[in-house]
Design a protein around this ligand. Structure first.
Ligand SMILES: *Cc1c(COP(=O)(O)O)cnc(C)c1O
Ligand SMILES: [Zn+2]
Length: 417
Protein backbone atom coordinates (compact mmCIF):
# COMPACT_ATOMS: atom_id res chain seq x y z
CA UNK A 1 0.00 0.00 0.00
CA UNK A 2 1.52 3.30 -1.07
CA UNK A 3 0.46 6.78 -0.04
CA UNK A 4 2.73 8.50 -2.54
CA UNK A 5 0.53 10.67 -4.75
CA UNK A 6 2.74 12.31 -7.37
CA UNK A 7 5.87 14.29 -8.02
CA UNK A 8 5.01 17.95 -7.61
CA UNK A 9 6.95 20.99 -8.79
CA UNK A 10 8.05 23.04 -5.79
CA UNK A 11 7.64 26.25 -7.79
CA UNK A 12 4.56 26.04 -10.04
CA UNK A 13 2.81 23.05 -8.43
CA UNK A 14 2.46 21.00 -11.63
CA UNK A 15 1.95 17.29 -10.91
CA UNK A 16 3.99 14.56 -12.61
CA UNK A 17 3.69 10.76 -12.64
CA UNK A 18 5.87 8.89 -10.11
CA UNK A 19 8.70 8.27 -12.57
CA UNK A 20 12.43 8.99 -12.78
CA UNK A 21 12.03 12.76 -13.14
CA UNK A 22 13.58 15.56 -11.13
CA UNK A 23 12.93 18.92 -12.80
CA UNK A 24 9.74 20.59 -13.97
CA UNK A 25 9.53 20.89 -17.74
CA UNK A 26 7.54 24.14 -17.46
CA UNK A 27 9.61 26.17 -14.99
CA UNK A 28 12.72 24.04 -14.25
CA UNK A 29 11.73 23.94 -10.55
CA UNK A 30 12.76 20.85 -8.54
CA UNK A 31 10.18 18.06 -8.13
CA UNK A 32 9.19 16.77 -4.71
CA UNK A 33 7.18 13.70 -3.66
CA UNK A 34 3.66 14.46 -2.40
CA UNK A 35 1.55 12.15 -0.24
CA UNK A 36 -2.08 11.51 0.67
CA UNK A 37 -1.81 12.89 4.19
CA UNK A 38 -5.54 12.52 4.94
CA UNK A 39 -5.27 8.75 4.41
CA UNK A 40 -1.98 8.48 6.30
CA UNK A 41 -3.51 10.33 9.24
CA UNK A 42 -6.19 7.65 9.60
CA UNK A 43 -3.73 4.80 9.98
CA UNK A 44 -0.42 6.16 11.32
CA UNK A 45 -0.52 6.69 15.09
CA UNK A 46 2.18 6.77 17.78
CA UNK A 47 1.12 3.25 18.82
CA UNK A 48 1.42 1.89 15.30
CA UNK A 49 4.90 3.38 14.94
CA UNK A 50 6.26 2.27 18.31
CA UNK A 51 5.02 -1.30 17.81
CA UNK A 52 7.29 -1.62 14.79
CA UNK A 53 10.95 -2.63 14.65
CA UNK A 54 13.54 0.08 15.48
CA UNK A 55 14.63 1.13 12.00
CA UNK A 56 13.68 3.96 9.65
CA UNK A 57 10.93 1.92 7.95
CA UNK A 58 8.70 2.35 11.00
CA UNK A 59 7.61 5.54 9.16
CA UNK A 60 7.17 3.73 5.82
CA UNK A 61 3.83 5.37 4.96
CA UNK A 62 5.78 8.64 4.65
CA UNK A 63 8.41 7.20 2.31
CA UNK A 64 8.18 7.04 -1.50
CA UNK A 65 7.97 3.31 -2.23
CA UNK A 66 5.13 1.33 -3.78
CA UNK A 67 6.19 -1.85 -1.98
CA UNK A 68 8.32 -2.93 0.98
CA UNK A 69 12.01 -1.84 0.75
CA UNK A 70 14.23 -4.35 -1.03
CA UNK A 71 17.46 -3.20 0.63
CA UNK A 72 18.52 -1.45 3.84
CA UNK A 73 15.91 -3.05 6.05
CA UNK A 74 17.90 -2.27 9.21
CA UNK A 75 18.90 1.33 8.47
CA UNK A 76 18.20 4.09 10.97
CA UNK A 77 16.89 4.49 14.52
CA UNK A 78 20.31 5.65 15.64
CA UNK A 79 20.79 6.93 19.20
CA UNK A 80 19.67 10.36 20.39
CA UNK A 81 22.15 10.90 23.21
CA UNK A 82 21.57 13.33 26.09
CA UNK A 83 24.98 15.01 26.20
CA UNK A 84 25.42 15.86 29.90
CA UNK A 85 29.17 16.44 29.77
CA UNK A 86 28.95 18.62 26.70
CA UNK A 87 26.12 20.59 28.34
CA UNK A 88 28.47 21.36 31.21
CA UNK A 89 31.30 22.32 28.87
CA UNK A 90 29.10 24.70 26.90
CA UNK A 91 27.03 25.99 29.83
CA UNK A 92 23.69 24.93 28.33
CA UNK A 93 20.73 23.16 29.91
CA UNK A 94 19.50 20.55 27.46
CA UNK A 95 21.62 19.29 24.58
CA UNK A 96 21.29 16.12 22.49
CA UNK A 97 23.47 14.45 19.88
CA UNK A 98 21.58 12.64 17.11
CA UNK A 99 24.26 10.13 16.22
CA UNK A 100 24.25 8.87 12.64
CA UNK A 101 27.99 8.18 12.96
CA UNK A 102 26.72 4.69 13.86
CA UNK A 103 24.13 4.29 11.13
CA UNK A 104 23.94 0.90 9.39
CA UNK A 105 25.69 -0.22 7.20
CA UNK A 106 28.24 2.50 6.24
CA UNK A 107 28.30 4.79 9.28
CA UNK A 108 26.70 7.95 7.90
CA UNK A 109 23.23 9.39 7.39
CA UNK A 110 23.56 8.64 3.66
CA UNK A 111 22.39 5.07 4.34
CA UNK A 112 18.92 6.56 4.87
CA UNK A 113 18.70 8.24 1.48
CA UNK A 114 20.41 5.41 -0.38
CA UNK A 115 18.20 2.60 0.94
CA UNK A 116 15.17 4.56 -0.28
CA UNK A 117 16.79 5.43 -3.62
CA UNK A 118 17.98 1.90 -4.40
CA UNK A 119 14.64 0.34 -3.41
CA UNK A 120 12.76 2.88 -5.53
CA UNK A 121 15.15 2.46 -8.49
CA UNK A 122 14.47 -1.28 -8.50
CA UNK A 123 10.71 -0.65 -8.41
CA UNK A 124 11.14 1.54 -11.49
CA UNK A 125 13.10 -1.15 -13.31
CA UNK A 126 16.65 0.25 -13.17
CA UNK A 127 19.42 -2.35 -13.20
CA UNK A 128 22.47 -0.16 -12.49
CA UNK A 129 23.01 2.28 -9.60
CA UNK A 130 25.27 5.32 -9.72
CA UNK A 131 26.06 8.57 -7.90
CA UNK A 132 28.20 11.68 -7.80
CA UNK A 133 29.62 11.78 -4.30
CA UNK A 134 31.67 13.72 -1.76
CA UNK A 135 32.47 10.41 -0.02
CA UNK A 136 29.76 9.08 2.25
CA UNK A 137 27.26 8.67 -0.56
CA UNK A 138 29.87 6.67 -2.47
CA UNK A 139 30.27 4.27 0.48
CA UNK A 140 26.54 3.81 0.85
CA UNK A 141 25.66 3.39 -2.83
CA UNK A 142 28.44 0.82 -3.19
CA UNK A 143 27.38 -1.13 -0.08
CA UNK A 144 23.64 -1.10 -0.67
CA UNK A 145 24.00 -1.96 -4.37
CA UNK A 146 26.23 -4.89 -3.45
CA UNK A 147 23.70 -6.03 -0.86
CA UNK A 148 21.03 -6.42 -3.52
CA UNK A 149 23.30 -7.71 -6.26
CA UNK A 150 23.26 -4.61 -8.46
CA UNK A 151 26.33 -3.15 -10.19
CA UNK A 152 27.24 0.42 -9.22
CA UNK A 153 29.24 3.26 -10.73
CA UNK A 154 30.54 5.83 -8.29
CA UNK A 155 32.02 9.17 -9.37
CA UNK A 156 34.16 11.11 -6.90
CA UNK A 157 36.53 14.09 -6.91
CA UNK A 158 40.13 12.79 -6.98
CA UNK A 159 41.17 14.35 -3.64
CA UNK A 160 38.84 12.42 -1.28
CA UNK A 161 39.97 10.83 1.99
CA UNK A 162 41.65 7.42 1.47
CA UNK A 163 39.24 5.66 3.82
CA UNK A 164 36.26 6.86 1.83
CA UNK A 165 37.80 5.58 -1.41
CA UNK A 166 38.74 2.23 0.15
CA UNK A 167 35.30 2.00 1.77
CA UNK A 168 33.75 2.21 -1.69
CA UNK A 169 36.13 -0.07 -3.61
CA UNK A 170 35.78 -2.89 -1.10
CA UNK A 171 32.18 -3.53 -2.19
CA UNK A 172 33.30 -4.14 -5.77
CA UNK A 173 31.91 -0.85 -7.04
CA UNK A 174 33.20 0.74 -10.26
CA UNK A 175 34.85 3.86 -8.88
CA UNK A 176 35.79 6.69 -11.21
CA UNK A 177 38.01 9.41 -9.77
CA UNK A 178 37.59 12.74 -11.57
CA UNK A 179 40.20 15.48 -11.84
CA UNK A 180 37.93 18.24 -10.62
CA UNK A 181 35.68 19.50 -7.82
CA UNK A 182 32.45 17.81 -6.76
CA UNK A 183 30.53 20.34 -8.81
CA UNK A 184 32.42 19.31 -11.93
CA UNK A 185 31.83 15.63 -11.11
CA UNK A 186 28.13 16.37 -10.71
CA UNK A 187 27.89 18.14 -14.05
CA UNK A 188 29.55 15.20 -15.83
CA UNK A 189 27.19 12.77 -14.08
CA UNK A 190 24.12 14.63 -15.35
CA UNK A 191 25.34 13.94 -18.89
CA UNK A 192 26.14 10.30 -18.12
CA UNK A 193 22.73 9.76 -16.51
CA UNK A 194 20.99 10.92 -19.69
CA UNK A 195 23.18 8.85 -21.97
CA UNK A 196 23.49 5.55 -20.06
CA UNK A 197 20.08 5.37 -18.39
CA UNK A 198 21.42 4.50 -14.94
CA UNK A 199 19.77 5.44 -11.65
CA UNK A 200 21.94 8.24 -10.27
CA UNK A 201 20.57 8.41 -6.73
CA UNK A 202 21.21 12.13 -6.27
CA UNK A 203 20.50 13.25 -9.84
CA UNK A 204 17.72 11.68 -11.93
CA UNK A 205 15.98 9.99 -8.96
CA UNK A 206 16.81 12.76 -6.47
CA UNK A 207 13.17 13.40 -5.41
CA UNK A 208 12.89 9.85 -3.98
CA UNK A 209 16.42 9.80 -2.56
CA UNK A 210 15.89 13.06 -0.68
CA UNK A 211 12.79 11.76 1.12
CA UNK A 212 14.96 9.28 3.05
CA UNK A 213 16.47 12.20 4.99
CA UNK A 214 13.09 12.87 6.61
CA UNK A 215 13.55 9.82 8.83
CA UNK A 216 16.40 11.62 10.62
CA UNK A 217 13.82 14.22 11.68
CA UNK A 218 11.03 11.74 12.54
CA UNK A 219 13.38 9.84 14.83
CA UNK A 220 14.44 12.98 16.68
CA UNK A 221 10.79 13.89 17.34
CA UNK A 222 9.89 10.38 18.49
CA UNK A 223 13.02 10.03 20.65
CA UNK A 224 12.31 13.36 22.36
CA UNK A 225 8.94 11.91 23.43
CA UNK A 226 6.92 13.15 20.44
CA UNK A 227 8.16 16.70 20.84
CA UNK A 228 10.32 18.94 18.70
CA UNK A 229 13.51 20.57 19.98
CA UNK A 230 13.59 24.37 20.27
CA UNK A 231 16.80 24.50 18.25
CA UNK A 232 18.42 22.14 15.77
CA UNK A 233 21.80 22.54 14.07
CA UNK A 234 22.25 20.72 10.74
CA UNK A 235 25.32 20.36 8.49
CA UNK A 236 24.78 21.37 4.87
CA UNK A 237 26.39 20.15 1.64
CA UNK A 238 23.79 20.28 -1.14
CA UNK A 239 21.27 21.48 1.45
CA UNK A 240 18.88 18.56 1.15
CA UNK A 241 19.06 17.16 4.70
CA UNK A 242 18.17 20.46 6.38
CA UNK A 243 15.09 21.01 4.20
CA UNK A 244 13.94 17.42 4.73
CA UNK A 245 14.31 17.55 8.52
CA UNK A 246 12.04 20.57 8.46
CA UNK A 247 9.61 18.77 6.12
CA UNK A 248 9.59 15.84 8.58
CA UNK A 249 8.73 18.11 11.52
CA UNK A 250 5.93 19.74 9.52
CA UNK A 251 4.52 16.36 8.48
CA UNK A 252 4.46 15.03 12.06
CA UNK A 253 2.71 18.25 13.07
CA UNK A 254 0.15 17.89 10.24
CA UNK A 255 -0.50 14.26 11.23
CA UNK A 256 -1.16 15.24 14.85
CA UNK A 257 1.68 13.07 16.17
CA UNK A 258 3.30 15.79 18.30
CA UNK A 259 2.81 17.34 21.71
CA UNK A 260 3.30 21.07 21.42
CA UNK A 261 3.69 23.22 18.35
CA UNK A 262 5.91 23.62 15.36
CA UNK A 263 8.32 26.13 16.86
CA UNK A 264 11.81 24.82 16.13
CA UNK A 265 14.49 27.20 14.94
CA UNK A 266 16.57 25.49 12.24
CA UNK A 267 20.26 26.45 11.89
CA UNK A 268 22.56 25.49 9.05
CA UNK A 269 26.28 24.73 9.41
CA UNK A 270 29.05 24.92 6.81
CA UNK A 271 32.84 25.13 6.75
CA UNK A 272 34.22 28.62 6.08
CA UNK A 273 36.10 27.12 3.13
CA UNK A 274 32.80 26.22 1.47
CA UNK A 275 29.91 28.29 2.80
CA UNK A 276 27.74 29.42 -0.13
CA UNK A 277 24.43 28.84 1.71
CA UNK A 278 25.54 30.42 4.99
CA UNK A 279 26.89 33.44 3.11
CA UNK A 280 23.50 33.97 1.44
CA UNK A 281 21.74 33.77 4.83
CA UNK A 282 24.16 36.25 6.41
CA UNK A 283 23.81 38.67 3.50
CA UNK A 284 20.04 38.32 3.47
CA UNK A 285 19.94 37.41 -0.21
CA UNK A 286 18.05 34.61 -1.98
CA UNK A 287 20.85 34.23 -4.47
CA UNK A 288 23.35 31.44 -3.79
CA UNK A 289 26.72 32.44 -5.22
CA UNK A 290 28.77 29.30 -6.11
CA UNK A 291 32.25 28.97 -4.54
CA UNK A 292 35.32 26.83 -5.14
CA UNK A 293 35.65 24.63 -1.99
CA UNK A 294 38.78 24.61 0.14
CA UNK A 295 38.20 22.82 3.46
CA UNK A 296 39.02 19.63 5.36
CA UNK A 297 35.25 19.00 5.60
CA UNK A 298 35.23 17.27 2.22
CA UNK A 299 31.86 15.60 2.71
CA UNK A 300 30.30 19.08 2.83
CA UNK A 301 32.37 20.55 -0.01
CA UNK A 302 29.67 21.36 -2.54
CA UNK A 303 30.27 24.80 -4.01
CA UNK A 304 27.03 24.97 -6.00
CA UNK A 305 24.39 23.41 -3.72
CA UNK A 306 21.28 22.03 -5.46
CA UNK A 307 18.99 22.85 -2.53
CA UNK A 308 20.79 25.97 -1.35
CA UNK A 309 17.88 28.27 -2.07
CA UNK A 310 15.41 26.12 -0.12
CA UNK A 311 17.76 25.60 2.83
CA UNK A 312 18.26 29.34 3.19
CA UNK A 313 14.48 29.69 3.13
CA UNK A 314 14.06 27.15 5.97
CA UNK A 315 16.55 29.04 8.15
CA UNK A 316 14.83 32.32 7.41
CA UNK A 317 11.28 31.06 7.93
CA UNK A 318 11.97 29.26 11.20
CA UNK A 319 13.89 32.14 12.76
CA UNK A 320 17.14 30.17 12.61
CA UNK A 321 20.46 31.29 11.15
CA UNK A 322 23.55 30.05 9.34
CA UNK A 323 27.16 30.07 10.56
CA UNK A 324 30.49 28.71 9.42
CA UNK A 325 33.71 27.60 11.11
CA UNK A 326 37.38 27.38 10.13
CA UNK A 327 39.30 24.13 9.73
CA UNK A 328 40.98 24.67 13.12
CA UNK A 329 37.60 25.16 14.78
CA UNK A 330 36.36 21.97 13.09
CA UNK A 331 39.22 19.94 14.58
CA UNK A 332 38.78 21.56 17.99
CA UNK A 333 35.10 20.57 18.04
CA UNK A 334 35.80 17.01 16.83
CA UNK A 335 38.10 16.67 19.85
CA UNK A 336 35.61 18.28 22.24
CA UNK A 337 32.84 15.87 21.19
CA UNK A 338 35.16 12.89 21.53
CA UNK A 339 36.57 13.96 24.92
CA UNK A 340 33.23 14.91 26.50
CA UNK A 341 30.81 12.35 25.04
CA UNK A 342 32.98 9.57 23.66
CA UNK A 343 31.68 10.16 20.13
CA UNK A 344 34.16 10.27 17.25
CA UNK A 345 32.48 12.22 14.46
CA UNK A 346 33.92 13.02 11.07
CA UNK A 347 34.90 16.54 9.99
CA UNK A 348 31.25 17.37 9.20
CA UNK A 349 30.47 16.73 12.89
CA UNK A 350 33.20 19.20 13.84
CA UNK A 351 31.49 21.72 11.58
CA UNK A 352 28.11 21.19 13.21
CA UNK A 353 29.32 21.31 16.80
CA UNK A 354 31.65 24.23 16.01
CA UNK A 355 28.76 26.20 14.58
CA UNK A 356 26.57 25.27 17.57
CA UNK A 357 29.20 26.70 19.92
CA UNK A 358 29.39 29.87 17.85
CA UNK A 359 25.62 30.31 17.86
CA UNK A 360 25.51 29.83 21.64
CA UNK A 361 28.30 32.43 22.07
CA UNK A 362 26.38 34.82 19.83
CA UNK A 363 23.30 34.23 22.00
CA UNK A 364 21.31 33.23 18.92
CA UNK A 365 20.72 29.87 20.63
CA UNK A 366 19.55 30.55 24.22
CA UNK A 367 21.40 28.53 26.86
CA UNK A 368 18.19 27.39 28.56
CA UNK A 369 16.47 25.94 25.49
CA UNK A 370 16.68 22.41 24.08
CA UNK A 371 19.27 21.91 21.32
CA UNK A 372 19.82 18.99 18.95
CA UNK A 373 23.20 18.71 17.20
CA UNK A 374 23.07 16.52 14.08
CA UNK A 375 26.08 14.21 13.76
CA UNK A 376 25.99 12.69 10.29
CA UNK A 377 29.24 10.77 9.74
CA UNK A 378 31.96 8.74 11.47
CA UNK A 379 35.42 10.04 12.45
CA UNK A 380 37.21 6.85 11.45
CA UNK A 381 36.53 7.81 7.83
CA UNK A 382 38.30 11.18 7.96
CA UNK A 383 41.38 10.32 10.00
CA UNK A 384 43.82 12.34 7.89
CA UNK A 385 42.17 15.55 9.12
CA UNK A 386 43.70 14.80 12.53
CA UNK A 387 47.22 14.05 11.27
CA UNK A 388 49.62 16.10 13.36
CA UNK A 389 46.74 17.48 15.45
CA UNK A 390 46.64 14.74 18.09
CA UNK A 391 49.42 13.98 20.60
CA UNK A 392 51.12 10.67 19.86
CA UNK A 393 51.80 8.06 22.56
CA UNK A 394 55.27 7.92 24.17
CA UNK A 395 57.04 4.66 23.29
CA UNK A 396 58.78 2.71 26.07
CA UNK A 397 60.20 -0.76 26.57
CA UNK A 398 58.13 -3.39 28.39
CA UNK A 399 59.79 -2.55 31.72
CA UNK A 400 58.03 -1.37 34.87
CA UNK A 401 60.88 1.03 35.66
CA UNK A 402 60.37 2.83 32.37
CA UNK A 403 56.66 3.21 33.05
CA UNK A 404 57.38 4.52 36.58
CA UNK A 405 59.68 7.05 34.96
CA UNK A 406 57.02 8.14 32.54
CA UNK A 407 54.46 8.72 35.29
CA UNK A 408 57.00 10.77 37.23
CA UNK A 409 58.37 12.88 34.40
CA UNK A 410 55.67 13.29 31.73
CA UNK A 411 52.90 15.60 32.88
CA UNK A 412 50.15 14.04 30.76
CA UNK A 413 50.80 10.59 32.23
CA UNK A 414 50.84 11.82 35.83
CA UNK A 415 48.67 9.70 38.11
CA UNK A 416 45.63 11.67 39.21
CA UNK A 417 44.65 11.48 42.85
C1 LIG B 1 26.08 14.44 2.54
C2 LIG B 1 26.38 14.82 3.93
C3 LIG B 1 25.71 15.88 4.60
C4 LIG B 1 24.74 16.86 3.99
O1 LIG B 1 24.03 16.48 2.93
P1 LIG B 1 23.06 17.42 2.07
O2 LIG B 1 21.75 16.73 2.21
O3 LIG B 1 23.62 17.35 0.69
O4 LIG B 1 23.07 18.81 2.62
C5 LIG B 1 26.01 16.07 5.93
N1 LIG B 1 26.93 15.33 6.58
C6 LIG B 1 27.59 14.34 5.98
C7 LIG B 1 28.60 13.59 6.77
C8 LIG B 1 27.34 14.04 4.64
O5 LIG B 1 28.03 13.04 4.07
ZN1 LIG C 1 7.23 24.00 -12.34
Amino acid sequence: MSYMKSLKCRECGKDYAKEALHVCELCFGPLEVSYEYDKIKKILSRDVITARRPNMWRYKELLPLDNEPSVGGEVGFTPLVRAKNLEKALGVKELYIKNDAVNFPTLSFKDRVVSVAVSRAREMGFTTMACASTGNLANSVAANSAACGMPSYVFIPYDLEQTKILGTLVYGSNVVSIKGTYDEVNRLCSEIAGKYGWAFVNINIRPYYAEGSKTFGYEIAEQLGWKLPKNIVVPMAGGSLITKIWKAFKEFHTLGLLDGGLDTKVYGAQATGCAPIVTAVKEGTELIRPVRPNTIAKSLAIGNPADGYYSAKVMRETGGWGEDVSDDEIIDSMKLLAETEGIFAETAGGVTLGVTRKLIDQKRIPKDESIVVCITGNGLKTQEALNGKIVQPVVINAKLAEFDDLVRTEKRYAVKA
